[in-house]
Design a protein around this ligand. Structure first.
Ligand code: 4H3
Length: 221
């Protein structure tokens, strides 16, 4: 899977070199290509933004510069995603769908956003990672890349994604490891019993209780 990221701040993406995503890049399971939108400015001072028509605070990214950056990676078969608090909220189902794509182009805005005309011209989907505003689309783009990459063949073991939170419509059961006793608290006996049917039942009950407590909205579906 290839991700092309259009951004004014490509250096913000260095955390993706670490851990599981870093390994997936090294193993050629995913490719992350960072395109600096500023490289496509034609002005003497590499200007990329201007004041909003109609007035108001801040600066708006120019449509021509963003379009030229897009053209440098343009692909009829790619899906273009704009990270925005105005988009549809991302969830695990959407993540799974996106992981089936071969090529995603992720557009990151900064400042007050991007001129609507270029968004109308190139964007297929506007996606939000939650109901809050950030200074730019870069952190949301990293969230999207991380979560979608987990479903790319070979990045994780298959088991890792089948029992985790949201995969069955519930939050995940609690996990325990050694030591058997920690600060007076023992690992639940059922997990040590080796009785697989009881373990399965206990985990299901725990998942339901936790979902009731923290995310009752998930149970209503
Ligand atoms: C996405 C982007 C929040 C999200 C974002 C989210 C700033 C987009 C600016 C940048 C525009 C204003 N904030 N919830 N911020 O996914 O360029 O919307």
């Amino acid at each position: 899977m290839k991700f092309d990221v259009l951004t004014l701040f490509p250096e913000m993406f260095t955390p993706l070199q670490e851990s599981i995503i870093g390994r997936a890049i090294k193993n050629n399971q995913i490719e992350i290509n960072l395109i600096n939108i500023r490289d496509f400015s034609k002005s003497k001072h590499k200007k990329v933004d201007d004041t909003p028509y109609g007035g108001g605070a801040g600066m708006v990214m120019r449509p021509d510069v963003v379009y030229d950056a897009y053209e440098s990676v343009k692909d009829e078969n790619a899906k273009v995603i704009y990270m925005s608090p105005k988009g549809k909220t991302l969830n695990q189902e959407k993540v799974r769908q996106l992981s089936q794509e071969k090529h995603l182009i992720v557009l990151c805005g900064h400042y007050e956003g991007i001129d609507q005309r270029v968004l109308d011209e190139i964007v297929d989907e506007e996606i939000s990672i939650g109901d809050y505003v950030l200074t730019g689309g870069e952190l949301p783009a990293m969230v999207l890349i991380d979560t979608v990459s987990r479903y790319v063949e070979g990045v994780l073991s298959e088991d890792s994604t089948t029992e985790e939170s949201f995969s069955q419509g519930l939050l995940e059961y609690p996990q325990y490891t050694r030591p058997e006793e920690f600060r007076g608290k023992r690992v639940p006996e059922v997990l040590i019993s080796g009785h697989h049917q009881n373990i399965k039942k206990w985990r299901e009950e725990q998942a339901i209780e936790l979902t009731k407590k923290n995310r009752p909205d998930l149970l209503k579906k």
